[in-house]
Design a protein around this ligand. Structure first.
Ligand SMILES: Nc1ncnc2c1ncn2[C@@H]1O[C@H](COP(=O)(O)OP(=O)(O)O)[C@@H](O)[C@H]1O
Ligand SMILES: [Mg+2]
Length: 308
């Protein structure tokens, strides 16, 4: 749905986005993660056709951002990292304005606006001034605006930044709802836990360059050199550790704290064969599981040594 091919943007001597290649499939929720100044906003603005690349290009839903910007805009809902100034409008007027800008026929607008207000939990604020809304509500209104032409692709630039914890949680809930609508999402953040549990894919960018990208599972496997297994035994732990380390499918095994941590490098999905081997050998296995690696750990490991 989004195909970024060698995208590059320079500001004078600074290369803000440096030969970026990235693919986002239909229905994916991609967490676009990187510290401040990494080039996230610049990338997203290029995808939204608001900024011209210096080199490379991207296709959104098959439309080239350089050659067919109108086609791209029709498909994309873009939520900028700051809220625009339309403060003297009422909530419904604000949404009506953007629906009109996207050429949504007048007859369809009331229903669409009703739908997005309901989704963003702003139905009761329909006739209030945008000005009167709290920061969190404004952020949700901004999301509502992004949805008003029912785009297939959502580009959300730091949707929860600058919010208090409660409003952050509300935005997260809303994003979760959006994931269920089978839209393709690209969500940027410099705060990793914000996207944990929300995205199925992540891409990490630093100093304009892609550090790593893939599914959360793929990246964790790549970073730890295989699937990490945690095995607990009733007895003979040291012996079992030696046995595991000698298996062909196990790259390494270490024992400590009453458990064994092994790195599995055999065929994907065959991890249970390790358990079978242990049991057949007469070991009394009390626990056997794959260790989940969290996004935070992935991020720390993949950005180590980069940047300042
Ligand atoms: N209009 C601009 N003129 C000059 N430099 C810019 C401009 N916009 C962004 N930059 C620089 O480009 C780099 C990437 O910025 P940005 O895309 O906003 O990063 P992020 O969104 O990841 O924080 C930063 O070093 C920033 O200072
Ligand atoms: Mg930014």
């Amino acid at each position: 749905m989004i195909e970024i091919r060698g995208l590059t943007k320079r500001y004078g001597k600074l290369t803000a986005v440096d030969n970026l290649w990235l693919t986002v499939e239909r229905g994916d929720a991609l967490g676009f993660i990187g510290p401040n100044g990494a080039g996230k906003t610049t990338t997203i603005r290029m995808l939204a056709t608001l900024l011209a690349p210096d080199a490379g290009t991207a296709r959104v839903g098959g439309h080239d951002i350089r050659k067919e910007p109108a086609g791209v805009r029709a498909m994309v809902g873009y939520m900028p990292d700051f809220f625009g100034v339309y403060d003297d409008m009422m909530v419904w007027e604000y949404l009506d304005f953007f629906a009109a800008a996207h050429r949504v026929p007048r007859s369809q607008r009331p229903r669409l606006i009703g739908d997005v207000l309901e989704l963003t939990d702003l139905g009761s604020r329909r006739d209030e001034s945008v000005n009167s809304l709290s920061r969190g509500m404004k952020q949700r209104l901004c999301l509502a605006k992004t949805l008003v032409h029912d785009p297939e692709v959502l580009l959300l630039d730091e949707p929860a930044s600058g919010l208090d914890p409660r409003a952050r949680m509300e935005v997260r809930e809303l994003l979760r709802e959006l994931c269920k609508l089978e839209k393709t999402l690209l969500i940027s953040s410099h705060i990793l836990p914000e996207l944990a549990g929300l995205c199925n894919k992540i891409a990490i960018i630093e100093e304009g360059r892609l550090v790593t990208a893939g599914s959360v599972d793929e990246i964790s496997a790549q970073l730890q050199g295989g699937t990490r297994l945690v095995v607990e035994l009733c007895e003979r732990s040291a012996e079992a550790c030696e046995f595991l380390a000698a298996l062909e499918s196990v790259a390494s095994a270490v024992e400590g704290d009453g458990r064994i941590e092994a790195v599995y490098q055999g065929p994907e999905g065959d991890e249970h064969e390790v358990l079978r081997a242990l049991v057949l050998e007469g070991f009394k296995v009390r626990g056997f599981r794959e260790e989940e690696i969290d996004l935070e750990t992935i991020y720390v490991r993949s950005t180590q040594g980069l940047g300042s």
